[in-house]
Design a protein around this ligand. Sequence first.
Ligand code: MG
Length: 256
Amino acid sequence: MIFDGLVSDLDGVVYRGNEVIPGAPEAIARLRAQGVRVVFCTNQSVTTMAEYVERLNGLGIPADAGDLVTSSTVTAEELERRGHAGARAIVLGGEGLREALRGVGIGVEDEADRADIVVTGLDFELDYSSLRRAALAVRAGASLVATNDDPAYPQPDGLWPGAGSILAALETATGAKAEVMGKPHRPMMEAAARRFEGIERIAVVGDSLHSDLAGARAMGWPGILVLSGVTSREAAELADPQPELVLESIAELERD
Ligand SMILES: [Mg+2]
C-alpha cells in the first residue's frame, strides 16, 4: 500500500502493556526513512504527553509532542478551539487529561459542585463522590464531554473497565449524552489530519475494528488491521466492511 502519512495506534500496535511488539520500532524507522510521516494516536487518556514521549523514545522510537495525539490532548485542543479557555471543569480522569485541560486554560476543580463542563476519561481513582459531583453538575447544566467511549481497557489479566464504562455510569445517572472526542469520532480524526499538512495519502494502522478501523473509514483513509492486539484472526475475517489490509503486526508493514 502506498501512503505518505500513517496514523499509528499505540497499544496493540507498537507495544502491548509493558512489552514492545517485536519489530515495531524497526518498522517505524523504515517507514520514516522512506519519507512517511507517522502520527501516533491513542485513546488512552491517563498518560501525560511527557510520559508518552519518554516511553516512545525509550523504545527507540524518536518522537516529540508534535508526533502524538491522545484523546486528552484532542479534547483540550477542541475545547480551546471552541472558546472554552477559562471554563471550569469537573474531571473524571487521570493526570494526562487534567494536564491537557490546564494547558489550554481550563480550570480543573476537583472539589467543586458546579462547573461549565464535565469531562470524562479513564479514572483509576474513581469514587462515588466524584461521580456524584459530576452528575449534579451535568444536571445543573454543565456540558458533558468524553475523551473516548472505549468500553474496555485491555490489560495482561483481561479487559478492565474503560473510559466508556465510566461515561456510561454518568450518562445513566443524568440522562445526558456526551460528545465523544476520541477515535473513531471526528474531533480526534480531524486532529490527526491537521498534523499531516500537505500530505494527501494517509493510512491508519490499528488493532481495533471499533476505534482505529472505523476512524479510518470515517475519514475515507485505508485501514490496516494488525492482529498483535485485541482483534483475533477470526474476528478480522468476520469484519464488515473488511480492512484494506490485515497483518500479523506492524513489523510486516511496507510502503509499496
Ligand atoms: Mg490499540
